[in-house]
Design a protein around this ligand. Structure first.
Ligand SMILES: Nc1nc2c(ncn2[C@@H]2O[C@H](COP(=O)(O)OP(=O)(O)OP(=O)(O)O)[C@@H](O)[C@H]2O)c(=O)[nH]1
Ligand SMILES: [Mg+2]
Length: 210
C-alpha cells in the first residue's frame, strides 16, 4: 500500500538546544555523518528541493533545523534535521561539540516523549563506522528507537546492494537489513515514508477476536 505523503511542509525553527523547541506534533530526527544525505532525504520526503539546505560542503547544517509537515490526511508531524557528526570541515573545537550536541538533543527529546524515532543515515558505499554504531547503541540505551537507512543507493549497482545491506545489518546488530534509499532516483522513499508514519502514528494493537 502506498504510504501517506507529506503534502505541505515549512521551516519552523532553528535551535541549538532541545529546550528552545516548544512542544508540537510527533517528531522524527535525521542523524548521521556529515554529507550522508540527511537534508536531501528530508527534502525528498517533503517533495521540496530547497526546504532544508543541501550542500557540497560537509558540515553545512550546524544548528538543529525543524520543519513542520502535514500529511495528505491532515495529520501533522515534525521533521528534525540535525547537524552531521564526523568528517565535518569544521575546526576541531566545533567538531568536538557536534556529536555530544546531537546526542544531548536526541536524548532530551526522547525523554520528554516528543521524539518518536531517529532515522540514522549511513552511506551505503561506506563501511560501518564506530561513531555511528556507538551513536545507535547509545540511543537504544536511553530507550530510543533507531531506524537505519542506507543512503546514495544509486551509487551502488543493484547486484551488490543486498550483500552491502547484510553487512550493515550485522555491523549495527539489526534484526532486518536497513532500507536503501536514493534521493536521485527515488529508490526506497516509500519505505522511509512507511517507517516515519509507523513511528509517529503507531497503530493501537488489534483486539483479539472473541
Ligand atoms: N548520488 C547521490 N548523492 C546524494 C544523494 N543524497 C544526497 N546526495 C548528495 O550528497 C551531498 C550531501 O547531501 P546533504 O543532503 O547536504 O547531506 P547532509 O547529511 O545534510 O550534510 P550536512 O548537513 O553537511 O551534515 C550533496 O551533494 C547531495 O547532492 C543520493 O541519494 N544519491
Ligand atoms: Mg544537512
Amino acid at each position: 500500500m502506498p504510504a501517506h505523503r507529506i503534502v505541505r511542509a515549512w521551516f519552523e525553527a532553528s535551535v541549538a538546544r532541545s529546550e528552545e523547541l516548544a512542544a508540537g506534533p510527533p517528531e522524527i530526527a535525521f542523524v548521521g555523518r556529515s554529507n550522508v544525505g540527511k537534508s536531501s532525504l528530508l527534502n525528498a520526503l517533503c517533495s521540496q528541493a530547497t526546504l532544508a539546505r543541501v550542500s557540497r560542503t560537509p558540515g553545512r547544517t550546524q544548528r538543529v533545523n525543524v520543519f513542520h509537515a502535514e500529511l495528505d490526511d491532515g495529520r501533522a508531524l515534525r521533521l528534525v534535521d540535525l547537524p552531521g557528526f564526523g568528517y565535518a570541515k569544521l575546526s576541531h573545537a566545533q567538531r568536538d561539540e557536534m556529536a555530544p550536541m546531537v546526542a544531548a538533543f536526541v536524548e532530551n527529546r526522547f525523554s520528554i516523549g516528543w521524539l518518536k524515532a531517529v532515522v540514522l543515515l549511513h552511506d551505503l558505499r561506506r563501511d560501518a563506522d564506530d561513531d555511528a554504531i556507538g551513536f545507535a547503541a547509545h540511543i537504544r540505551n536511553v530507550q530510543g528507537k533507531v531506524e537505519l537507512v542506507a543512503t546514495k543507493a544509486d551509487q551502488v549497482p543493484k547486484t551488490r546492494r543486498g550483500a552491502m545491506l547484510d553487512t550493515l545489518q550485522k555491523a549495527y546488530g539489526l534484526r532486518w537489513p536497513p532500507v536503501a534509499v536514493s534521493t536521485h532516483d527515488g529508490t526506497g522513499l516509500d519505505d522511509v515514508r512507511h517507517l516515519v508514519l509507523r513511528a509517529c502514528f503507531p497503530q493501537p494493537p488489534k483486539k483479539p477476536r472473541k
